[in-house]
Structure formats: structure tokens, C-alpha cells
Design a protein around this ligand. Structure first.
Ligand code: 5AD
Ligand code: SF4
Length: 435
């Protein structure tokens, strides 16, 4: 039996794809191993979102390629977004790569491996963006408690900085019946938290079902479990979705709503498709509709032309909206995108300084925001044990970790936790005793 080793980088959709790919290989007689040294096939599912991610992956591939010295029969493969974007160029950068399979047709890994066995020469398999061949549904491992379901692939927006439309193509929504079935199966197999995934989940539409309706249908699947979704796009995040979240206790009160910049000019230049006023209205509406809502966002610093004053507008926005947490990225030009044709004129030191400044604001704000939870009682999902200290870790609907004393509760159960103190991003508490 052939053994394979699989690594995944990038977003949660990549994780989902990787799990599907793993299942495909297992269903075809391969067995998965945890160490690349003991594998006949080593595969890396890659991300192209920033150049830094690609450079790191190319270095990792070079390291993995060196394992061939000890195991000359080992095959090294690259799949996913980098494979889709770079194709044959990957082999030029890392000559020990044997196969390249794009994000649009991961199942092509199988025929590619067979072709290698027949001694055929290297040929990247990169499907056009309108030809999508999905991997099978991942197999769920009950001890994970958390399941993910990609509901929509690709993206129809054209943000000036973003490579995703080039690697994952236009939006394609999966049929609602298929999705409800998948959610149902996950719950039956022991999932306690399910996250619906997409680049822009709000524009989901299939079989006459839109995103709010899909939430309602998935939410009806019985059992003790909760439902999340990510990522939302500020333009498409509707009141309907907020109302569903407010009405259905199953839906976790958390929205990840990337704003990218607090400067109206930069937003226009990014071609983000919404105004700052609109974004603020969406946040106000969401906070009005949904009790105890947690909000998170993504920010890009150093977009071409971003002035100090425009960066300050981003800082001011963050101070004003008091996000629970946010992710900050230094702008990275991606060839083929609109922004890559502009001068990358914010020097690296300045990007770094802006990033550091925002991280400092974040530390202070998350601390303040989390203090507001002290003294409250929140529902948590007990997830497992912190191996280092023996504490029990649980998660709130707001997606916050609560650290509980050792022996507090059984993994996979929903319990009420009294929050005693907050440190940075983490809450500390104790479980309410059940009668
Ligand atoms: N450079 C820097 N950050 C980027 N992101 C997407 N493309 C780029 C880029 N070219 C960030 C955005 C997005 C997150 C997933 O990655 O903030 O929301
Ligand atoms: Fe990376 Fe985007 Fe591809 Fe996900 S879709 S792996 S974030 S480039």
C-alpha cells in the first residue's frame, strides 16, 4: 500500500479541500502518514494570497525535495492556489517537484500519480477556471468536534489586490440539499460546531436558495451543535442574515467582516465595492440586531498610495468600532491583479511600522473589549485540554477561548461558564454546576 503525506497552507477552504483530497487518496488505496520521511507521495496544498506565503512554501518544497536523497522513489506534488497560479514555473523554482495540480481540479492528483508511475514526463495539470472538479467530501474525525463545509467557491468581486479570482475563479454555489445533508452527516458523526465557508458566503445562491435561507435550512438539523460562517462581504451582508442570527440560538454571534481600510479613498482604490458609510451602517445594524455580537476584521496596510493620514483613518476606524480582534497584513503585490500594475510605493519599513502600530492598538482594544465579559455567564463548547498546563479549553459563540480549571468538563459538551477575568485575547472562568 502506498503511503502519502499531506500539508496544507492558507485559508480554511484549503483545509477543507485538503481533507477531501486525503479522503480521495484513502479511497484509492493510499494510507496517510504523519511524517514526510515515511511517505511515497508528499503533497503540499498551497496558498497564493501573499508573496510571503508563496516564498515560504517554495522553501518548504525545497526542504521536502531533499528527502528524495534517502528515498529516491518518493514523489513530491504541489496542489492548490500556487499550482493554479504558477503552473510549470514551480518546477523551475523547485526542480524536484514531480507533479503540479491546480486548485480547480484536485482529483487530477490521481491520474497525475499514475502518469508518473508509467514514466511519463512532467506535465502540470491546471484546469481553466470555468472547469471545476471537486474532491470528495472530507471524512470527519469526531475528536475534532469542529466541521467545515465549503458552500461557495470562488469570488465574483474584483478587489484590486486579490489573487483569489485568478486561482479559484468565479463563484459557484453548491446545491442546498447537498449542503444540508453534509451538515446532517457531520452532526451525526459528532460535530459540535460547523462553519460554512466561502470567500463571500453572503452571495451564496443555488437552487432558488439564498444565504439566509440556507442558514435556516442548515439550522434545522437537530442536535446539540452550533453554526458559524465566514467570510462575509460588507456589500452583501444583509439584514436578513442578521435577523436569522438574532432569531436562531444555534447561530453563533460572530461576524468576520473584512474592512481592509478605514480610508474612503483607499477603499475606492482597492475597488472594494462599498463605501465607508455603508460599512458603518452594516456594523450598526448588526450590533442592533444581534445580542452579544463579536466582530472581527482584516486590514491591509501599505496599499499603493496609502498616506500617513489615510493610515490614521484606519486606526481611527478601529478605535471607533472596537473589534473583538482583527488580522493585519502588509500589502503584497500579486502579479495579474490590478494593484500590481501600480507602484508598490509604501516602503517595507513603513508597512512594518503601520502593522506594528495596529497590533499595539489591537492588544489594548482586545483587552478592553474582553474586560466587558468579566462577571458574565456565557455558553461554551468544551473543546479539550491544554497539553502544557492541563487546563480545560472551551469556546464561546463569539469565538473566544475560555480557560477553565483542570477537570472542568467533558469535551464536546455545551456548558455555562462564569467569566472571572480576561487576559489579552483569553477569558478565564469556571463552569456552572449542572443539576
Ligand atoms: N496583500 C496583502 N494582504 C492581502 N489579503 C488579500 N490579498 C492580499 C494582498 N495582495 C488579505 C486581505 C484578506 C485576507 C484573507 O488577506 O485582508 O481579507
Ligand atoms: Fe490562499 Fe486565497 Fe487560495 Fe485560500 S483561496 S488558499 S487564502 S489564495
Amino acid at each position: 500500500m502506498k503511503r502519502f503525506y499531506l500539508e496544507s497552507y492558507g485559508c480554511q477552504m484549503n483545509v477543507y479541500d485538503t481533507q477531501g483530497l486525503s479522503r480521495l487518496l484513502e479511497d484509492h488505496g493510499f494510507s496517510r502518514v504523519d511524517q514526510p520521511e515515511s511517505a511515497d507521495v508528499v503533497l503540499v496544498n498551497t496558498c497564493s494570497v501573499r508573496e510571503h506565503a508563496e516564498e515560504r512554501t517554495l522553501n518548504r518544497l525545497a526542504v521536502l525535495g531533499r528527502l528524495k536523497a534517502a528515498n529516491p522513489n518518493m514523489k513530491l506534488g504541489v496542489c492548490g492556489c500556487m499550482a493554479q497560479r504558477m503552473g510549470a514555473e514551480i518546477k523551475k523554482r523547485v526542480p524536484r517537484v514531480d507533479l503540479v495540480v491546480g486548485a480547480q481540479a484536485l482529483p487530477a492528483v490521481l491520474p497525475a500519480l499514475e502518469a508518473l508511475d508509467r514514466g511519463e514526463k512532467f506535465a502540470p495539470r491546471v484546469e481553466p477556471l470555468d472547469h471545476y472538479l471537486p474532491p470528495p467530501r472530507p471524512r470527519f474525525d469526531a475528536k475534532n468536534l469542529k466541521g467545515f463545509v465549503t458552500i461557495i467557491r470562488g469570488c465574483n468581486k474584483s478587489c484590486a489586490y486579490c489573487i483569489v479570482p485568478t486561482t479559484r475563479g468565479p463563484e459557484v454555489s453548491r446545491h442546498p440539499d447537498d449542503l444540508v445533508l453534509e451538515v446532517h452527516e457531520l452532526v451525526l458523526q459528532g460535530a459540535r460546531e460547523i462553519t460554512l465557508l466561502g470567500q463571500n458566503v453572503n452571495s451564496y445562491e443555488s437552487g432558488g436558495v439564498d444565504f439566509p435561507e440556507l442558514l435556516a435550512r442548515c439550522g434545522k438539523v437537530p442536535g446539540q451543535w452550533r453554526l458559524r460562517f465566514t467570510t462575509s462581504h460588507p456589500r452583501d451582508m444583509s439584514r436578513d442574515v442578521m435577523k436569522r442570527m438574532a432569531q436562531a440560538p444555534r447561530l453563533a454571534p460572530w461576524i468576520h467582516l473584512p474592512v481592509q481600510s478605514g480610508s474612503p479613498r483607499v477603499l475606492r482604490s482597492m475597488n472594494r465595492d462599498y463605501t465607508l458609510e455603508h460599512y458603518l451602517e452594516v456594523i450598526a445594524a448588526a450590533r442592533e440586531e444581534i445580542a452579544d455580537l463579536a466582530l472581527t476584521t482584516d486590514i491591509i496596510v501599505g496599499f499603493p498610495g496609502e498616506t500617513e493620514a489615510e493610515f490614521e483613518e484606519t486606526v481611527a476606524l478601529i478605535e471607533r468600532l472596537r473589534y473583538d480582534t482583527f488580522y493585519v497584513f502588509k500589502y503584497s503585490p500579486r502579479s495579474g491583479t490590478a494593484a500590481a500594475r501600480r507602484e508598490d510605493d509604501v516602503p517595507p519599513e513603513l508597512k512594518q511600522a503601520r502593522l506594528a502600530r495596529l497590533l499595539e492598538v489591537q492588544r489594548r482594544l482586545s483587552h478592553e473589549v474582553n474586560q466587558a465579559y468579566v462577571g458574565r455567564t456565557l455558553e461554551v463548547l468544551v473543546e479539550g485540554i491544554d497539553q502544557k498546563r492541563g487546563n480545560v479549553l472551551a469556546r464561546t459563540g463569539q469565538n473566544k477561548i475560555v480557560v477553565l480549571p483542570p477537570g472542568s468538563g467533558e469535551a464536546g459538551t455545551f456548558r455555562q461558564a462564569d467569566i472571572l477575568r480576561a487576559e489579552g485575547q483569553t477569558l478565564h472562568g469556571t463552569l456552572r454546576q449542572t443539576a
